[in-house]
Design a protein around this ligand. Structure first.
Ligand SMILES: [Zn+2]
Length: 349
């Protein structure tokens, strides 16, 4: 079968190649791939900056934002042939650490977890893949190809869950949320904020393209100014850019008792005179909390699938701005400026 593979840490090594049928050790459920979303992590792996092949192999099948159709449910899954499923990405570490032991592999303490398509387990960019029944999440069949948005949705499902849990350390009635960055994570985070009943604002540097209208269609407010100029003090900032200045300004404008949740992973950059002490004073005097959030555990996959099932299909469809054939995977990895989510489509839904 065909698969998109890469030799990790070797730039430009991504190829569409013929590989053996999926290894039965990866699970008793056999799935036909429908689509796989591409994100910044895939681009980094293809650029040779990140990624680990499975033990004893030199190449890794890429892809962690899956959607597929069950071909053979196996003896124990409870799934049916034809069900649409998405595969969980992370697997607990083998020790396991206390968090992995209780199923919170997203909070792994020792970093020895593995991840499909990223770290030591083949991913989902192959015509067929196998999965353990307990890591296959069934999605609402009416979502169709939109089920490929589940993985990024789980990331913001966890971020919102932790943000609300932290906020509730005291009496707290959040009303407004600012989401910084209108990529897939930001827009899905905004969707969840609207579903929570919050007044949602989304900030992005784009002044044209599809993002402003997509935000308005959600019933949220779009800003293309700096964070410092949004003109209100949000109860929550969901930070999805990883940009230093956006982060420091988010802390500065946050409302009393507010929470900043960081989900963006930036790299270096200049931090001109970052006023650490002033930002800290502002946080002290407003009882602010700054949290980081990464990945998701099974509860977030379940809740994320529910959130997608509730969402407006036409709105979700606007997030998928490109579909490429496996042969054209390089086009999917080199996203255009107006792109939100590009997927590689292996089969029709
Ligand atoms: Zn662990």
């Amino acid at each position: 079968m065909k698969a998109i593979t890469v030799e990790p840490k070797k730039a430009g090594s991504a190829e569409l190649e013929n590989v053996p049928e999926p290894d039965v050790r990866n699970g008793s459920v056999l799935v036909e791939a429908i689509a796989v979303g591409v994100c910044g992590t895939d681009v980094e792996i293809a650029e040779g900056r990140y990624g680990w092949a499975p033990p004893g192999k030199t190449r890794l099948v890429l892809g962690h934002e899956s959607l597929g159709r069950v071909v053979d449910p196996g003896p124990t899954s409870g799934l049916k042939k034809g069900d649409l499923v998405v595969g969980i990405v992370r697997r607990p570490d083998p020790v396991p650490c206390p968090n992995c032991a209780v199923g919170e592999w997203d909070m792994c303490r020792n970093g020895q977890y593995t991840e499909r398509g990223i770290k030591q387990i083949d991913g989902y960019m192959s015509e067929r893949w196998r999965i353990e029944p307990e890591y296959a999440i069934k999605v609402d069949p009416t979502l169709g190809i939109l089920g490929v948005l589940l993985e990024p949705t789980t990331v913001v499902t966890k971020a919102w869950e932790h943000t609300l849990a932290v906020g509730q350390r005291a009496f707290w009635e959040p009303r407004t949320a600012l989401v910084t960055g209108a990529g897939p994570i930001g827009l899905l985070g905004a969707l969840l904020g609207v579903q929570l009943g919050l007044e949602v604002h989304v900030l992005d540097r784009s002044q044209s393209g599809p993002k402003p209208e997509i935000v308005r269609a959600l019933g949220a407010t779009y800003h293309s100014c700096s964070v410092a100029d949004v003109g209100f003090a949000p109860d929550v900032v969901l930070e999805c850019t990883g940009v230093g200045q956006v982060i420091s300004e988010s802390i500065s404008i946050l409302g009393a008792s507010g929470v900043v949740c960081l989900t963006g992973v930036g790299h270096g950059g200049s931090v001109p005179k970052f006023p650490s002490a002033d930002v800290a004073s502002s946080a002290v005097l407003k009882n602010n909390v700054l949290i980081g959030s990464v990945n998701a555990n099974k509860r977030h996959w379940y809740k994320g699938a529910e959130a997608l099932a509730r969402a407006d299909r036409a709105w979700l469809a606007r997030l998928i701005t490109g579909r490429q054939r496996p042969e054209d995977f390089a086009k999917a990895l080199g996203r255009g400026p107006g792109d939100i989510k590009v997927v590689i489509q292996f089969a029709e839904v």
